[in-house]
Ligand binder design. Structure first.
Ligand SMILES: [Zn+2]
Length: 287
């Protein structure tokens, strides 16, 4: 071997080669079907909060095979809309007409999983991280125009930021004081600024609640998401009337006893929210 034909040294082989790991076979299991999936062999991954099929069990679990992840930017979405933390009250006339109530559970799970993933599993308002124990939720940003409530953005919020955003519901739950404190912590508003901000949000809410709104979820069209039977029936009626396919008309208000208290975006149908000062949760402002 000549002086100039020396080969570069071969890279050192790892002492213990990593075992080849097959990609995990994820499942989309609606909550109502979790027991059935579990007895068919599905396992729960607490880190990702997702079900998966152990090796060799996919055949029995085929009905829950996960659909592909959604793209990181939805059609027509504006991720610059409504940045940061602010109180944003859904008009009373829109309650029960949100994205979650129009989508089947497994489809909503696909949506929120994408929202968490693209945010790096952090709150997009205060930067709280799931790795540090923050519970994350997907929140909708709407634009209201011409009698239509248009879905324009989905944002990943931690639970305290989400509760603050829905200040009216926080008040009903006796949590307005901690929500207001969280607002001030995150935005550095003074108490007077926070009070003025919340009052302005309630004034907007009262104006918007005086009319009814159609729901436009066209941002979620073409993604293979499935509507609930109620929402699909409304959509089909709209199609027959010659409306745009992407349009999802309002899902009519449900009865109170259907109230899903775990979903702050949906509100509660018969409660009237007014700003209250000095509630039991230590609301710091007294006028
Ligand atoms: Zn947050």
């Amino acid at each position: 071997m000549g002086l100039f034909s020396r080969r570069p040294p071969a890279p050192a082989a790892p002492a213990f080669p990593a075992p080849r790991q097959a990609a995990r076979q994820w499942l989309d299991v609606p909550f109502s079907e979790k027991d059935e999936a579990k007895s068919a062999g599905a396992r729960w991954d607490p880190a990702t909060e997702r079900w998966y099929a152990p090796p060799g069990r996919m055949r029995q679990l085929e009905q829950w095979a996960a659909l592909p992840d959604l793209p990181d930017l939805l059609p027509g979405e504006d991720r610059t809309l409504g940045g940061g933390l602010f109180v944003d009250l859904v008009p009373q006339s829109c309650w029960w007409t949100n994205t979650r109530s129009a989508l089947r559970e497994e489809s909503w799970d696909r949506v929120r999983r994408m929202v968490y993933r693209r945010a790096g599993n952090r709150c997009e308002a205060c930067d709280a991280s799931r790795a540090d124990g923050a519970r994350l939720e997907a929140h909708e940003r709407w634009e209201y125009a011409g009698g239509v409530q248009h879905l324009r953005r989905l944002i990943c919020l931690c639970q305290p930021c989400h509760t603050t955003t829905h200040m009216g519901l926080a008040q009903i739950r006796g949590a307005a004081g901690s929500a207001a404190r969280h607002l001030m912590d995150v935005t550095h508003m003074t108490p007077a600024q926070a009070g003025a901000h919340i009052e302005a949000a309630f004034a907007t809410w009262r104006t918007r609640s005086a009319q009814s709104w159609e729901l436009d979820l066209s941002m979620l069209s073409g993604l293979g998401l499935r509507l609930t039977p109620e929402a699909a029936a409304k959509r089909d009626a709209a199609r027959r009337a010659g409306r745009d396919d992407a349009w999802v008309p309002r899902v009519m208000p449900r009865r109170d006893d259907d109230a899903d208290d775990s979903d702050p975006c949906s509100g509660a149908a018969t409660l009237t929210i007014t700003p209250v000062y000095g509630d039991g949760d230590g609301w710091p402002f007294r006028h």
